[in-house]
Design a protein around this ligand. Structure first.
Ligand SMILES: *Cc1c(COP(=O)(O)O)cnc(C)c1O
Length: 399
């Protein structure tokens, strides 16, 4: 067989694939630090890092060595066996979090599914057979499989897919009064993002967390922290919930966790150790040894290179730059920055500016209609950050 390959273009993408992604019209061949390189040799400054995945940018030698070494030993064995890389990463995550148990899966949405199942199973053994309800917050995003989608706020993710998971519901974001109205003895769990990512970079408020904590004691439900986007150091602490004085019962990690390979984790408190019994839950690929080895190398690099402090420093440098732009350009209406998780509200569809930035070889991302989102690699340099600010300045000038 000698089939002709299709060119790597938006047209053949339309011909080959289901139409569920609005991809940028550039063909990427490789990456280099904070830069993506296209098949035409153009270098793009990557301010979204694979949607918050590539914490170390591209080409980190420690990551590549860890992947190569583990791949040479064994790529997959399944969870029928004890696998050293899973042990090493689990120990590391428990040491950092102070939590007691780990479950590994492959993607963010799978970590959420496992948490939903754990919450329901935990509630089922509480003696209250009406305790089934899983609540989340308005404007949230938790993933796209049925359970996670049922918790996700926006109609654009759920329209046409009904019926959704029963006994789910939504609390108004940062509204302690609504929270108090909605939770009860029937609540099994409340899922929260400390900083909403897809929702446009919005931080949960201290009074809301305080009320949630208080109500957990009163009604006995689980708090599940979705750290899939904000976790692993992006906000300046390893978990974004560490910016507040409370402890979640379950924590979901994914995006950067596998150093670019598919990996997610659910971390849980000691009291949940025995909720799942053998066969209750599982996955073929979850905790893949190569992904776990990469994840461990990624976390070690974050500590070795002081990337959390760096994220705080560069994040505030970017914020200062963006505030200066906002004084000059009326198109910018708000700026929200937590480490290297940055949102900028603009006067029209953010996609308009994404296309303009692409022409100037800077990759930014649009979320929530009118929010420009920046999730650069945690090791981005100040010079690169400055370059992004300069390009944004040019774009707003042109208009
Ligand atoms: C990306 C994301 C998810 C879903 O993760 P996938 O790996 O795409 O399934 C869930 N929650 C949050 C906060 C996310 O940012």
């Amino acid at each position: 067989m000698n089939m002709k390959q299709m060119p790597i273009t938006p047209e053949s993408e339309q011909a080959l694939f289901f139409h569920n992604y609005a991809r940028l019209p550039i063909a990427i061949t490789h990456g280099d630090g904070s830069w993506l390189v296209s098949d035409t040799g153009i270098r793009y400054l990557d301010m979204i890092a694979g949607i918050g995945v590539n914490a170390l940018g591209y080409g980190d030698k420690r990551l590549i060595n860890a992947i190569n070494e583990q791949a040479a030993k064994i790529i997959h064995a399944s969870n029928l066996f004890l696998l050293q890389p899973q042990f090493a990463l689990a120990e590391k995550l428990l040491e950092i979090s102070g939590l007691s148990k780990v479950f590994f899966a492959n993607s963010g949405t799978e970590a959420i599914e496992a948490s939903i199942k754990m919450a329901r199973k935990w509630a089922a053994s509480s003696g209250n057979d009406r305790k089934k309800e899983i609540l989340s917050l308005s404007n949230c995003f938790h993933g796209r499989t049925y359970g996670a989608m049922s918790l996700t706020a926006k109609a654009k993710y759920t329209d046409g897919f009904e019926p959704l998971l029963p006994d789910t519901g939504m609390i108004n974001f940062n509204d302690p009064l609504d929270l108090e109205k909605k939770v009860s003895e029937r609540t099994a769990a409340v899922f929260i993002e400390i900083i909403q990512g897809e929702g446009g970079i919005h931080q949960i408020s201290a009074p809301f967390i305080e009320k949630l904590n208080e109500l957990r004691q009163r009604h006995n439900f689980l708090i599940v922290a979705d750290e899939i986007q904000a976790g692993c150091g992006r906000t300046g602490k390893f978990f974004s919930y560490l910016h507040f004085d409370f402890e979640p019962d379950l924590v979901c990690l994914a995006k950067p966790l596998g150093g670019g390979l598919p990996l997610s984790a659910v971390l849980g408190s000691e009291s949940l150790s025995d909720v799942f019994s053998y066969g209750n839950h599982g996955t073929t690929f979850g905790g893949n040894p190569v992904a776990c080895a990469a994840g461990l190398a990624m976390i070690e690099a974050i500590y070795e290179d002081n990337l959390m402090a760096h994220a705080v420093e560069i994040g505030s440098f970017i914020k200062t730059g963006l505030l200066q732009l906002a004084q000059k350009h009326s198109q910018i209406t708000a700026i929200r920055q937590y480490g290297l998780m940055i949102g900028m509200t603009v006067d029209k569809e953010a996609k308009f500016y994404v296309e303009k930035a692409l022409k100037k070889h800077v990759i930014i991302n649009a979320t929530s209609q009118n929010v420009i989102r920046l999730l650069p690699p945690l090791n981005i340099s100040q010079g690169e950050a400055q370059q992004c600010i300069m390009v944004l300045d040019e774009i707003f000038n042109e208009e």
